[in-house]
Design a protein around this ligand. Sequence first.
Ligand code: HEC
Ligand code: HEC
Length: 184
Amino acid sequence: MAISREGCIRRAGGVLVAALALALAIAAAPARAAQDGPGLFQARCIACHGPEPACAKLGRLDRGGWDWTVNEMHRGGARLDVDEKRALVDWLAALAPGSPPVCPQPEAAPPVQARDGQTLVMTRCTGCHDTVRICRGLRARGKDAWDTTVTRMMLRGAQVDPQDKALIVDYLFTLPAGAKPVCP
Ligand code: HEC
Ligand code: HEC
């Protein structure tokens, strides 16, 4: 660099101080980012009682009802200016019952995919031999025989949870001869 770092800072000094002052002023101002409904709700509505009371009212209060409720909360101590109140009321009044983030969402269901017989066979039974071997047995043996075979495979090292074993046995027992994807 042709200009030294110090020279640069000295000349830019005035600008820097002004910029710093502005930055400080912005930092000192209440967070305007919270102006949107979700941000306001998180910042102003859950400190005293969590989101549950509001969740219970979603879709059951009209705009007037929310206006009344939010005013009550404001009187009770919720920090809100006029603009924030309006933004919050508009947002709450438009939300459908059960909507996030006002209402907690149920945990994502565990993937059921991995627990059906076909997926189990195609993932747990293909590590040592291909499924042609399994295909040959389709319809040629009863349920007990499949149970015995799968037990033997588990003893040989097949990674099958005990509670998944019945899914595999039922799947193989009911699968018609020649059926894909077990048969090529
Ligand atoms: C300073 C504490 C406080 C804050 C902040 C607060 N609330 Fe409340 N809220 C209460 C109390 C206390 C009650 C129970 C008494 C009542 O129903 O008036 C309540 C009750 C409620 C109810 C149930 C009222 C009913 O009729 O069943 C709703 C809905 C609600 N609050 C929504 C909100 C919303 C939306 C906000 C954000 C604007 C908020 N609250 C912020 C204290 C607070
Ligand atoms: C850890 C390796 C391994 C895994 C995983 C495995 N197998 Fe096997 N499988 C073998 C071996 C070794 C043989 C040959 C010896 C035997 O039959 O016991 C075999 C043979 C077979 C046979 C032919 C023998 C017979 O009884 O008809 C079938 C059918 C079979 N396996 C089905 C399965 C099924 C269903 C699964 C998934 C639950 C599975 N295998 C997973 C190792 C494995």
